[in-house]
Design a protein around this ligand. Structure first.
Ligand code: UFG
Length: 341
């Protein structure tokens, strides 16, 4: 059988590169595109090294460019698209909403238009648990109502889900899956790919590893008086390789005609909540390093507690998270140490 080709937009980024490795391992051909606005080629080079493939086509382009998007689809036979390419900094989106709405929505619309025009039926969209806001009940299922977004970034994820849902319904020649990620952490076990945050990291794990390596003075743990067992926020931290594998299952479900509706949503999480202090303690355990940290005031906009009910993905995608927080933190630490060399 002829190999199927998957277009990975944003494929040089943290999630996109890990997904690309798993797609190649699963026997798919790839076309990778990225505008490199928030990453360099480090992860793409890692992808080539890990898979031993020197021939993966790479296009430096933005999907906001309608003509370039159209050209890419006319020159390649694409069977499925995984659309990662988007801006993702919550704080920046509050300061520059038009940049976020412009980039994140325009690129999705262009991808959908070109996909439709060129007979590419299958669209996988990377959404986020941010669409649930502060949920009334945890864990959240896909039926848990979405809450009004608290940032333009979060709003682009909600609107993008709606654009995909409405387009699938109206046009009939495309179908879509939205994967709602919880908190992706870790790095590739080879330490050839990982997170490369620009400037001061916003996210917890890069902040932890950068503090341990000496790039940052001290980790601030934001808030110790939340109504949670240890007073710090609860999240569902999902290993990046596990997360990547969920995409392969979702792509296969689309390409193999196994979808039960033309638009489906799946939570991608472990189902296990962990607190900020759980992460700090697990990091110290696996790294053998003493982490310099202190309590600091709550960070504006943080939800108190959210974690996934992943049973739908477990059942329908045949996917389950297998790695522990310790596995992910060790991989992230090895990656940080490698960057320092
Ligand atoms: N945290 C700290 N210190 C830090 C960084 C983070 O204590 O230096 C805490 C946060 O307060 C939070 C937890 O670590 O309790 C996780 O924070 P992250 O910034 O790593 O991740 P978020 O849960 O804030 O991010 C999630 C999604 C995003 C989404 C965001 C919106 O992963 O996609 O929620 O609220 F945009």
């Amino acid at each position: 059988m002829q190999k199927k080709t998957v277009l990975v937009t944003g494929g040089a980024g943290f999630i996109g590169s890990h997904v690309s490795v798993e797609l190649i391992n699963a026997g798919y051909d790839l076309v990778v595109a990225d505008d490199l606005s928030n990453c360099d080629m480090t992860n793409f080079e890692g992808l080539k090294q890990i898979t031993g493939r020197d021939d993966i086509p790479f296009h430096q382009m933005t999907f906001c460019d309608e003509a370039a998007t159209e050209k890419l689809f006319s020159e390649n036979k694409i069977d499925a698209v995984i659309h990662f390419a988007a801006f993702k900094a919550v704080g920046e989106s509050c300061a520059e909403p038009l940049k976020y709405y412009g980039n994140n929505l325009k690129s999705l619309i262009n991808v959908l238009e070109s996909a439709r025009r060129h007979g590419c039926r299958n669209i996988l969209f990377s959404s986020s648990c941010t669409v649930y806001g502060e949920p009334e009940k945890t864990p959240v299922t896909e039926q848990t109502p979405r809450q009004p977004a608290t940032s333009p970034y979060g709003n682009t994820k909600q609107i993008s889900e709606d654009i995909l849902r409405d387009s699938v319904k109206a046009y009939g020649n495309i179908r879509g899956i939205a994967l709602r990620y919880f908190n992706p952490i870790g790095a590739h076990p080879t330490a050839l790919m990982g997170e490369l945050p620009r400037g001061v990291p916003n996210n917890l794990v890069p902040y932890i590893t950068q503090t341990a390596i000496g790039k940052r003075e001290c980790l601030s743990v934001f808030g110790n008086d939340y109504p949670t067992p240890d007073g710090t926020n609860l999240r569902d931290y999902i290993d990046i390789v596990d997360l990547a594998k969920a995409h392969v299952c979702a792509v296969r479900r689309m390409i193999d005609d196994k979808m039960e509706a033309d638009y489906e949503i799946f939570n991608v999480g472990t189902g296990k909540p962990a607190s900020v202090l759980d992460l700090v303690n697990a990091f110290e355990k696996v790294s053998g390093e003493k982490l310099n940290w202190k309590f600091a005031p709550r960070r504006a906009g943080d939800v108190i507690a959210i974690w996934a009910d992943p049973s739908l993905a477990n059942e329908k995608l045949g996917w389950k998270a297998g790695r522990t927080i310790e596995d992910s933190l060790l991989a992230a630490w090895n990656w940080e140490k490698k960057l320092a060399r």
